[in-house]
Ligand binder design. Structure first.
Ligand code: SF4
Length: 703
């Protein structure tokens, strides 16, 4: 039952990567009112409609309240024992590579940290991946190729100072609403906003220029920009000579991709005058920020798209400077925190990779008996390995891959083959995975959890509880540590609370660092519970001795590559992995809507949020609606090579001809056949492993 506490608590919104600080005031009856925290630097008191409705999502009707083993309610002792015994048995019979964890950008950093530690240091496999693979893996890979580290250079405050804000592959008005308001403030004082998106979104409506780019062509646009920069006076010869390498090769490739502006504009399907205006504004505006999000990341060429953007900022030296730089907007509340602890299969903790020296360093720090020696399986490959029987035991925490991964029907079928499926989640209404779970662990949810998250500008903020978990629900870090203990690793997982996990994470970030890695929060290494509870939001890095975090990075032109120079990347020729055909003539784009979040596990509880858009839909251009015989307000069946759904039709001029758009949120449990993830193909970016979710060939017909 809910705690009777009525004291207001400063915490963080659990939705998007803006990471708004909020104040939750419990009503003493299980509910709470939520307001923006005027002192939090991410939002200064603002919240969007999702954040404002958080108090309406605290009901317990859909909660998992008790552990269960093979469908029968069980004690925690039994559930922990079954999970530990099953993992041990699988490892004994098939080796450590036969087990995997699939985590979530909704977990707190402390949950993430112990899960990674258990798998990578004690089980001895790196098969830990996360739904962040669907969110920002291409940005991570692009940053690492260019900077030698996964570093977001700027802060939100730079948006206040920019004169040109470019949003590419981002519907910030709906997906990062509070940040979008901040951009609109900048526009009020004279900054220009350009939105690059095939759809005319709410963000495009609030822009000075909208470029309705053809799908997959972002790299052509930024290659054309690089070519024009190279001919202009803003080419930063001195900066490039001192701080970068690889410009000539990158420029040569850009010239091949975009030989002239006319050709590039035609390939991008953007009117030439608008294309030229964008290039002229970008070149003429020193204080330019280029924001990019899922339209860039969720692509089979996502990493190249990121590097095409970074190339332009490096060529002009517009990086890490006041009001200018490339800016990755993360989708989830703690995708960044997961990256920091190594929550991706190709990373170790504290932004380290899998070089011998790094494996050795982390192993010594953890006193780990069995360190993973090489990268593990990324999300799509991980579920392929589940399907093929290579992975026999899987622990899914706080996410639903049977709805959100591409080719979701295949994921669902694969889960049924596992010898052991452990599911820890707060929600009892998870479409497609609970029926296959052998062990179910009820997790504490937002409002009950205690830990930290990191937002898009590298700012770490406490998420604080204001209610007790209902039933027998427990924090994710606790259940991971209990399983580790039962597997015989107790000494390394003996934490009195999340503050001790955070303190260890901070100490590891500083361990043998000496400024060689970007992520260093050594200033927090010795913190105790009191200091943790009182922790104010801060940006990393914040090494030992620093009084505050760094607002901006790379201002001095030093990067984290071995020679401290940033790398230009010669990108591959852009093109779609799967083109439209006679049988599948439309390209399906997917995304979020304003008032729902992911698979609606929380937002679906608020009636107010359902008022915005109440049922799953597909948007299509009037010409295509006529061609395929579907009508506004009617229902249509969409079919890809992988699956089919039925959605309500919305006919709109804002949709590009030859494309369709459908939101990701609904599932078969809420709305019949509505899992858009079942349509998407499993193609992924070869560098980042991030799947293509923006251009799946589909057929449409009246339902
Ligand atoms: Fe929450 Fe994002 Fe809205 Fe802020 S902008 S209140 S973090 S959903």
């Amino acid at each position: 039952s809910a705690s009777p506490l009525k004291t207001s608590v400063k915490t963080t919104c659990p939705y998007c990567g803006v990471g708004c600080g909020i104040i939750a005031t419990p009503d003493g009856d299980g509910g709470a009112t939520v307001t923006g925290d005027a002192e939090h630097p991410a939002n200064f008191g603002r919240v969007c409609v999702k954040g404002a409705a958080l108090g309406e999502t605290l009901g317990l009707s859909r909660r998992l309240l008790h552990p269960a083993v093979r469908g029968v309610r069980a004690s925690w002792d039994r559930a922990i024992g079954e999970a530990a015994r099953g993992l041990e048995e699988t490892i004994r019979r098939h080796g450590p590579e036969s087990v995997a964890f699939y985590l979530s950008g909704q977990l707190l950093t402390e949950d993430y940290y112990v899960a990674n530690k258990l798998m990578k240091g004690f089980i001895g496999s790196a098969n830990v991946d996360t739904n962040s693979r669907l969110c920002m893996a291409s940005s991570v890979a692009g940053h690492k190729r260019a900077f030698g580290s996964d570093t977001v250079p700027n802060a939100y405050a730079d948006l206040d100072l920019a004169d040109l804000i470019v949003l590419t592959g981002s519907n910030a008005a709906w997906c990062h609403p509070v940040l979008h308001q901040r951009m609109q403030d900048a526009r009020q004082r004279g900054a220009r906003i350009v939105t690059i998106d095939p759809r005319r979104t709410a963000t495009a409506d609030d822009s000075d220029l909208h470029l309705p780019i053809a799908p997959g062509m972002d790299s052509v646009l930024f290659a054309a920009l690089l070519v024009e920069i190279s001919k202009s006076a803003v080419l930063a010869h001195d900066y490039m000579a001192a701080h970068t390498s690889g410009f000539e090769a990158a420029l040569q490739r850009a010239r091949e991709i975009a030989p002239d502006t006319e050709t590039a504009a035609r390939r991008c399907d953007i009117p030439l005058p608008d294309f030229r205006t964008f290039i002229d504004w970008w070149i003429a505006t020193p204080r330019t920020i280029t924001c990019y999000s899922q339209g860039v990341n969720q692509s089979a060429q996502g990493t190249d798209k990121v590097n095409a953007i970074l190339n332009c900022h490096l060529a002009t030296g517009r990086i890490g400077k006041t009001g200018s730089g490339p800016f990755s907007l993360t989708g989830q509340p703690n995708a960044m925190g997961g990256r920091e602890v190594g929550g991706l299969a190709n990373q170790l903790a504290a932004h380290m990779g899998f070089t011998d020296a790094e494996v050795d360093r982390v192993g010594r720090f953890w006193n780990a008996p069995r360190m993973a020696q090489r990268e593990g399986l990324k999300a799509v490959d991980m579920f392929d390995a589940v399907g093929s029987g290579r992975i026999k035991a899987l622990w899914i925490m706080c996410t639903n891959p049977a709805v959100s991964l591409p080719d979701a029907d295949r994921v669902r079928r694969a889960l049924a083959k596992l010898d052991l499926l452990i599911v820890s989640d707060a929600n009892a209404a998870i479409d497609g995975i609970l029926e296959n779970a052998h062990v179910i662990m009820p997790a504490a949810a937002w409002s009950e959890k205690d830990g930290t998250v990191t937002n898009s500008e590298r700012r770490i903020t406490r998420q604080r509880p204001f209610r007790a978990p209902p039933g027998e629900a427990k924090p994710d870090w606790w259940m991971t540590c209990e399983v580790a203990r039962r597997m015989g690793f107790g000494a390394a997982f003996d934490y009195a609370g999340p503050h001790e996990i955070f303190a260890e994470h901070a100490a590891l970030s500083a361990f043998e660092n000496n400024g060689t890695r970007d992520f260093d929060i050594g200033a927090q290494a010795g913190l105790d519970k009191q200091a943790y509870d009182a922790m104010a939001p801060f940006q990393w890095p914040m090494p030992a001795g620093a009084a505050a975090g760094a607002e901006r990075l790379f201002a001095d032109g030093n990067f984290f590559t071995p020679d401290r120079k940033a790398r230009f990347i010669a990108i591959d020729a852009p093109g779609l992995k799967a083109a439209p055909s006679r049988e599948r003539p439309l390209l399906l784009n997917t995304g979020r809507i304003r008032d729902q979040w992911h698979t609606m596990a929380r937002t679906g509880l608020s009636q107010r949020l359902a008022l915005h858009i109440a049922e799953p839909f597909v948007e299509i251009h009037p010409d295509d609606a006529g061609r395929y015989g579907v009508t506004d307000g009617g229902y249509a069946s969409l079919r890809s090579d992988y699956g089919s759904v039925i959605l309500k039709v919305v006919v709109t001029e804002g949709q590009k001809r030859g494309m369709a758009f459908a939101p990701i949120h609904w599932n078969d449990m809420t709305s019949g056949r509505a899992r858009v993830g079942a349509l998407a193909q499993g193609f992924y970016d070869p560098v980042s492993g991030q799947p293509e979710m923006k251009a799946t060939p589909v057929a449409i017909e009246p339902a």
